[in-house]
Design a protein around this ligand. Structure first.
Ligand code: NAD
Length: 331
């Protein structure tokens, strides 16, 4: 049995607690959160103890730590946990500061402990099947990748203020998805963006709608479209045009009923948000992390993936500021 400590007891920690508790080879031993009440609530739901982070890290019987705290704590906690001999699964993004993330990468490498980054969308069954079909050459060579990623509604302004901005908080998933599908990072990125959903987001110094185009060494391209609002729900689609055809991953719908009448043909909306849409992916992500620990499998998404996605977010931010394409190697 792999004994697990959970750091953080917020929104996403609850999702991970479910995956940890329902896996046959892992046991959730303790949770820590600076918000003691949040830790207490999670602990009573999952039958684990409330401890502080230091106690969890000092406990030799705890094999692995899942970091689901606020983003500004990730690097520090990854360094502490790996130094204490724990395997780590850490939520995205690695950090808000690229330099700090690179320092963290070097420090954790020295410990030799496995570290996986929580880019859960790689474990979505549809996206994984699309990536596999492309890698098997089923549509020839990828020429144009399109990623659509729209949230149903913007988060509270208080969240926006500490999120690190749309590119690091939201589009970071799509940067990683592009790297996953293409099997490489782009050489050049170009961004346009504005706040057209909510003027308060602009006042907070962020954008809510953005398009990033990317070019690869072989001349192929990708486009990522993000919006913090889609009236019909959570829109998460992929499309790859290849030399021999097209691959598309469509939205998951609330149900599969299609109503056809003289007025037209109507289907259900996409599942509401990430908790609903990606629940199977979060479970598969935990399964993969457990395989790394128990079967010594390769880490499917590691610190290098986390750092490169953060560099792409930084490049997109810079491109928006200077109004020109930015080469990733310059970041
Ligand atoms: N992969 C995904 O789909 C996904 C989805 C949502 C959030 N996230 C990421 O997960 C992280 C948490 O997001 P959330 O939405 O759950 O936020 P949240 O605010 O609901 O929860 C974060 C929790 O961390 C606690 N915390 C902060 N600093 C701490 C510290 N030093 N020690 C212990 N606890 C501490 C807070 O008190 C809070 O309870 C963020 O980095 C976010 O980017 C990922």
């Amino acid at each position: 049995m792999i004994n697990v400590g959970l750091l953080g007891a917020g929104r996403i920690a609850g999702v991970h607690a479910t995956a940890i508790s329902s896996h046959p080879s892992s046991s959730l031993i303790a949770v820590a959160d600076i918000n003691h009440a949040a830790a207490q609530t999670l602990a009573s739901s999952y039958g684990c103890e409330v401890r502080d982070t230091e106690q969890i890290l000092a406990d030799k019987s705890i094999d692995a730590v899942l970091i689901a705290t606020s983003t500004n704590t990730h690097s520090e906690l990854m360094e502490q946990a790996t130094a204490a001999g724990k395997a780590v699964l850490c939520e995205k993004p690695v950090d808000l500061d690229l330099q700090r993330a690179r320092e963290c990468q070097v420090r954790i490498q020295k410990t030799g402990q496995p570290v996986m980054i929580g880019f859960n969308r790689r474990f979505d069954p549809n996206f994984a099947a699309l990536q596999y079909a492309l890698s098997e050459g089923e549509i020839g060579k990828a020429e144009l990748l399109s990623i659509t990623s729209f949230d149903p509604a913007p988060p509270p302004i208080e969240y926006i203020k500490v999120s690190g901005g749309l590119f690091k908080d939201m589009m970071i998933h799509d940067f990683d998805m592009a790297n996953f599908i293409k099997g490489e990072a782009p050489i050049k990125l170009s961004a346009i963006a504005s706040s057209i959903v909510n003027p308060e987001i602009e006042k907070a110094g962020d954008v809510d709608t953005a398009v990033v185009t990317m070019q690869y060494l072989d001349g192929s391209m990708a486009v990522i479209k993000n919006s913090r609002r889609a009236a019909y729900g959570y829109d998460q689609r992929l499309e790859v045009l290849g030399s021999g055809g097209l691959l598309q991953a469509q939205n998951m719908l609330e149900n599969t009923i299609v109503k056809s009448t003289e007025n037209g043909v109507v289907s259900a909306k996409p599942t509401y948000f990430f908790l609903e849409r990606y629940m199977p992916a979060y479970r598969a992500e935990w399964d993969a992390f457990m395989d790394v620990i128990t079967q010594k499998k390769d880490i499917p998404v590691g610190m290098d993936d986390g750092v490169i996605a953060l560099a792409m977010a930084e490049a997109a931010k810079l491109s928006l500021a200077v109004g020109e394409p930015v080469e990733l190697s310059k970041i």
